[in-house]
Design a protein around this ligand. Structure first.
Ligand code: SDX
Length: 429
C-alpha cells in the first residue's frame, strides 16, 4: 500500500479507494470494495485501464518501448542467452548458474517424447486441418495422459506439468506440421539443443541425414525468446482465468492456444504475411495504406499497432535483425516480400495517420517473413508462437496459483437487456 488513496463521489456516496504502487510502472487503484461501498461496478471492456493481477514476471513500458523479464531487458536476453535460460528465468525468477542450467536442460530434454498413443489423436484430423486446430485438441488431450501431474495443489506436480509442457510443445508442434504435410513423425534427439531438436523434428525425413544449420537454429532459438512472455496479454489472461477455476495446466494451456489463434493476437504473423503476399509489390502499398486509414474499410495493417506499445516494439527491432540474418544465410536477401515489408514500414513510419495513432510494426510484422524463409508454411506461424509462449503461460499460471490473493475470476457486467417481463403463451405472440 502507498498510504495514498483515490477519492470518488458517486451521487451522495463518497469513497476513498486505496492506491498501490509497484516497483516500477503505474500505480493501481484497488477497487475491490467499490461495489460494496457504492453499488456500482467499474466498466472497462477491453481492460485498457485495468490491472487484473499483481505479477513479478514481465514488465512492459509501452511508451518507452521497454520489455523486461524478471528485470532483464529482452535485448540482452536475446543477445546473450538461449531460450531454455529464459524459461528458467521466467519460471524461477533468477538466471540459472551453470549447474542449474545443465540440470534444467537435462530435465526438459528428457521430457520431450509424448505418449506413443498421442499419435493416434492426429490421425483423427483431416490432413488439411489448420495446425492450430490440431494443437488445441492435442494439448488439451495431454491431461488425459498425465494424471500424475494434474493436481494443482501439489507443488511437485505443478513443476512436473510445467516441464512436460515446455518439453513437449516442440514435439507436438512438429507432429502437427508433419501430419499436415503427410510426412512421418520424427522423434526428438536428446543430443540436440531445444531449437535444433525442433528444426530436425520438422524438417528431417527418414531417407536422408538432416544437418541442422547453426544460423537457423540460433535464429529459431531467438524467435522463441522474443515470444516467451508478454505480461497480461489476451492469451495469458485466458490461461490465468481458466486456471483460477482450478482447471489442470494442460487444459489451461489449450485455452491459451485457442485465444492466441485470433488474427488480432498471435494469428497476426500469419495474417501479416498473407497481407504482404496480397500487396505483392511496392507499387500497391499506397492503396493498402489508404484502406488501413479508411474507417469504412475493415482492413488493418496486420503486424502494426499494439495495445501497449505506443513506441517501437523492442522485439520487432531484434526480429528485423534476425530476418536479415536468416534471409542472408538462405540467399533470399532480395526476397520481394522483404522489399514490400521494408517499404511498407518506411511509409507507415512517416505517415501522419500512423504517427498520430502511434502504430508501429510489432513482432508479428517480421516474424512471418523469417519463418516463411525458414521453410514453415504460414499455417504453422501461430503454432510456433504458441510453442514459445507456453513458458510464459505456465509461469503466469503458476504465479496465479501461488498468489494468496487469487480467487476464481468472475467479472460482472453492464446489463442493457430487457427488464423483467412475464411469459407470453405462443397462442398470444
Ligand atoms: C500481439 O497484448 C500483447 O502483448 C500481444 C502480443 C503478445 O506478445 O502477446 O504483443 C502479440 O498480439 C501483437 C499484436 C498483433 N496484432 C496485429 O498486428 C493486428 C493488427 N493490429 C490491430 O488489430 C491493433 O493494433 C491491435 C489489436 C494490436 C491493438 O488494438 P487496440 O489497442 O484495441 O487499438 P484499437 O483497435 O483501438 O486501435 C486504435 C486506433 C483505431 O483507430 P480509431 O478508432 O482510434 O480512429 O488505431 C487504429 C484503429 O482503427 N489501428 C489501426 C491498426 N491498429 C489500430 N489502423 C490500421 N492498421 C492497424 N494495424
Amino acid at each position: 500500500m502507498t498510504g495514498k488513496s483515490a477519492n470518488m463521489a458517486l451521487g451522495d456516496k463518497h469513497v476513498d479507494l486505496p492506491v498501490k504502487s509497484g516497483s516500477i510502472g503505474p500505480d493501481v487503484i484497488d477497487i475491490g470494495s467499490l461495489y460494496k461501498q457504492t453499488g456500482a461496478f467499474t466498466y472497462d471492456p477491453g481492460f485498457t485501464s485495468t490491472a487484473s493481477c499483481e505479477s513479478k514476471i514481465t514488465y512492459i513500458d509501452g511508451d518507452a518501448g521497454i520489455l523486461l523479464h524478471r528485470g532483464y531487458p529482452i535485448e540482452q536476453l536475446a543477445e546473450h542467452g538461449d531460450f531454455l535460460e529464459t524459461c528458467y528465468l521466467l519460471l524461477y525468477g533468477e538466471l540459472p548458474t551453470a549447474a542449474q542450467k545443465k540440470d534444467f536442460d537435462y530435465r526438459v530434454t528428457h521430457h520431450t517424447m509424448v505418449h506413443e498413443q498421442m499419435s493416434r489423436f492426429f490421425t483423427g484430423f483431416r490432413r488439411d486441418a489448420h495446425p492450430m486446430a490440431v494443437m488445441c485438441g492435442c494439448v488439451g488431450a495431454l491431461s488425459a495422459f498425465y494424471h500424475d501431474s494434474t493436481d494443482i495443489t501439489d507443488p511437485h506436480q505443478r513443476m512436473v506439468a510445467s516441464l512436460r509442457m515446455i518439453a513437449k510443445m516442440p514435439t507436438l508442434a512438429a507432429m502437427a506440421y508433419k501430419y499436415h504435410i503427410g510426412q512421418p513423425f520424427v522423434y526428438p534427439q536428446n543430443n540436440l539443443d531445444y531449437a535444433s531438436n525442433f528444426l530436425r523434428m520438422c524438417f528431417a525425413v527418414p531417407c536422408e541425414e538432416y544437418v541442422v544449420n547453426p544460423v537457423l537454429s540460433r535464429a529459431m532459438d531467438r524467435i522463441f525468446i522474443l515470444h516467451a512472455d508478454h505480461e497480461q496479454n489476451a492469451s495469458t489472461s485466458t490461461v490465468r482465468l481458466a486456471g483460477s477455476s482450478g482447471a489442470n495446466p494442460f487444459a489451461c494451456i489449450a485455452a491459451g492456444i485457442a485465444c492466441l489463434w485470433g488474427p488480432a493476437h498471435g494469428g497476426a504473423n500469419e495474417a501479416a504475411l498473407n497481407m504482404l503476399t496480397e500487396i505483392g509489390s511496392v507499387d500497391c502499398i499506397p492503396e493498402y495504406i489508404a484502406r488501413a486509414k479508411d474507417k469504412s474499410d475493415p482492413f488493418r495493417l496486420m503486424g502494426f499497432g499494439h495495445r501497449v506499445y505506443k513506441n517501437y516494439d523492442p522485439r520487432a527491432k531484434i526480429m528485423q535483425k534476425t530476418t536479415h540474418e536468416v534471409l542472408g544465410e538462405l540467399g533470399h536477401k532480395d526476397d520481394p516480400l522483404l522489399q514490400v515489408a521494408m517499404e511498407l514500414e518506411r511509409i507507415a513510419l512517416t505517415d501522419e495517420y500512423f504517427i498520430e495513432k502511434k502504430l508501429y510494426p510489432n513482432i508479428d510484422f517480421y516474424s512471418g517473413i523469417t519463418l516463411k524463409a525458414m521453410g514453415f508454411p504460414t499455417t504453422m506461424f501461430t503454432v510456433l508462437f504458441a510453442l514459445a509462449r507456453t513458458v510464459g503461460w505456465i509461469a503466469q499460471w503458476a504465479e496465479m496459483i501461488e498468489d494468496p490473493e487469487q480467487r476464481i475470476g468472475r467479472p460482472r457486467q453492464l446489463y442493457t437487456g430487457e427488464p423483467q417481463r412475464d411469459y407470453v403463451p405462443v397462442s398470444k405472440r
